[in-house]
Design a protein around this ligand. Sequence first.
Ligand SMILES: [Zn+2]
Length: 88
Amino acid sequence: MNMDVNPECGAMLAGISAYLDGDLDATACDAIERHCRDCSRCATLVDGLRETIGLCREAGSAPLPEPVRQRAKASIERLLACENPIRS
Ligand SMILES: [Zn+2]
């Protein structure tokens, strides 16, 4: 059975990545929260990020410390790579 990847998951991960670059607004946060209600895998991921980086908690209130941002971004990018396996 194929592991079908929900395209919304990839979009959400990209959204979180954008957040780490400081581009995520309240609307995008809302979309992430909504997706997490339907997707337990992403909900788990976002829960972890919430603790690490305060995702969607106080958007834009304070810049993330660079090491934290880099670490979170690396893990998102790893996840994105798994969501989009390069395979022909
Ligand atoms: Zn998802």
